[in-house]
Design a protein around this ligand. Structure first.
Ligand SMILES: [Zn+2]
Length: 105
């Protein structure tokens, strides 16, 4: 990963998101820590994936917003295209066994 240092604000933003990972827990099983995969990064993480290694649930980061929603609020027609879009960067285990949606189902 490559960080730009011009402007404290820029670097601070990324730091905040990293800090977020230190406190974030899976909303389903409360597992902590979660894994962070960064797909696109500007001043902030624009698109990425948060993975719970315990239950294999994944949560998208879209437009810099981590969407940590429980299963019943997830929308397959929005989440599957996201998974397909970043297929190359997503661990195989999540592609095949990820919850609540995966590319095998
Ligand atoms: Zn979990």
């Amino acid at each position: 990963m490559f960080y730009k240092f011009e402007g404290k604000h820029t670097f601070g933003g990324i730091k905040i998101k990293k800090k977020l990972m230190e406190i974030l827990a899976c909303p389903i099983d409360k597992h902590h820590p979660l894994e962070l995969h960064v797909f696109e990064e500007k001043d902030e993480i624009v698109e990425g994936l948060i993975v719970c290694p315990k239950c294999l649930r994944w949560y998208p980061i879209r437009d810099e917003i981590p969407e940590m929603l429980p299963d019943e609020l997830r929308k397959e027609n929005e989440d599957l295209p996201f998974l397909k879009k970043w297929k190359e960067k997503i661990p195989e285990k999540i592609q095949n066994e990820g919850k609540p949606f995966n590319l095998k189902s």
